[in-house]
Write a protein of this length. Structure first.
Length: 357
């Protein structure tokens, strides 16, 4: 990360000025071969998707970035994902390209790593919902647990030779999923792979059919946490307390730091603090830009109203338009969500992560 640019971004975000983006979340496709019960991505109409030339053009408009997250749907359903990642690398030169996958395309992942020109910039996160029975029941036959584990093993065994990193994301979706966490950790410890755990939200504006394209204000609450209904009655507080205790065991120092920050905020919200802390300023449509498969730019994870489209418009036309300015007013009035994909860019580019917690 470029220190001077980061410091400038922090100052601008804290004063509610408008920096250029430094963190980009690009959903390369809504298509997915999983059938997750807490996500409607697989039920969405695929719609238009940027081709490789368009990806290069869009990221050239944005310019230099520090972090790019390539996500889905399932990003490896796009057979041109290696070319997409190379286009992003050439146009925006991010220090990190982070790819979230369900791990069902092990051979494609392996080939991607071997062929990518700078694999040491790659960070993979493989998603799990629990151990075999719970994971497979939720995700469906197309993305079995055993295949995801094989993908984690393959990437882990390429760490030394290619400089790539891998971790697992455990979405806790039910009491059984919560109970499976320890076993999942033990299973992946064989390859020294960290497990990040998140509690499933009640709904999603980005991936929910009924909310997509709208502002899901009911999911952004000033206190508390909108848990998925299947977690009603589960000991989520005890779970997060245990997660916080072992966050120090993570391999990477920066991940340890970030995970502690996230878990402290989650625990504060679960215990119904009147003023949950930490509570960073949101940097959506400032240091954090999201791009949908067709090149359009939504506000954030919980407000998927679009402010423009970088496929057809210049960066300035999108970033400094009246709709974007109005959307930033909405962001500034938002009480703040606690979805980790929003929390971490907020914490970093507001400078809040540096505060004693």
């Amino acid at each position: 990360m470029r220190v001077i640019n980061w410091a400038t971004s922090v100052v601008k975000n804290r004063s509610r000025a408008v920096p250029r983006p430094a963190w980009c979340t690009y959903i390369v496709t809504f298509r997915c071969n999983a059938r997750c019960q807490m996500c409607d991505s697989w039920q969405m109409e695929p719609g238009e998707e940027l081709d490789v030339a368009q990806v290069r053009d869009v990221f050239s408009k944005i310019g230099r970035l520090d972090i790019v997250r390539l996500s889905g749907g399932e990003p490896f359903m796009r057979t041109d994902l290696p070319q997409i990642a190379e286009a992003v690398l050439a146009a925006s030169r991010p220090g990190i390209i982070h790819i979230t996958t369900n791990g069902s395309y092990r051979k494609r992942v392996e080939a991607f790593i071997r062929e990518f020109p700078q694999p040491s910039r790659l960070r993979f996160m493989v998603s799990f919902d629990g151990l075999e029975e719970e994971h497979d029941a939720n995700r469906g036959a197309g993305v079995p647990f055993r295949r995801a584990v094989d993908t984690v093993q393959t990437i882990a065994e390429m760490r030394e030779s290619h400089g790539v990193e891998v971790s697992a994301n455990h979405t806790v979706i039910s009491p059984q999923s919560l109970a499976d966490n320890e076993g999942l950790r033990n299973r992946l410890a064989e390859w020294d792979v960290d497990v990040h755990s998140v509690l499933a939200y009640a709904e999603s504006s980005m991936y929910g059919l009924s909310l997509h394209g709208q502002s899901a204000d009911h999911l952004i609450v000033p206190k508390g946490y909108p848990l998925h209904p299947k977690l009603d009655g589960a000991d989520v507080v005890g779970f997060v307390e245990r997660e916080l205790e072992r966050a120090g065991d993570m391999r990477n120092f920066m991940l340890r730091w970030g995970k502690r920050y996230y878990l402290k905020g989650l625990l504060s919200r679960l215990t119904n603090g009147q003023e949950p802390k930490p509570n960073p300023k949101c940097v959506a449509l400032r240091s954090h830009i999201r791009i949908l498969p067709d090149g359009s730019v939504p506000v954030c994870q919980f407000n998927t109203e679009k402010v423009g489209n970088l496929r057809d418009q210049s960066f300035d036309e999108v970033w400094h338009s009246e709709p974007t300015s109005g959307a930033r007013d909405w962001v500034d009035g938002c009480p703040g969500c606690w979805a980790e994909c929003e929390v971490m860019p907020n914490a970093i580019f507001s400078g809040d992560i540096l505060k004693p917690q």
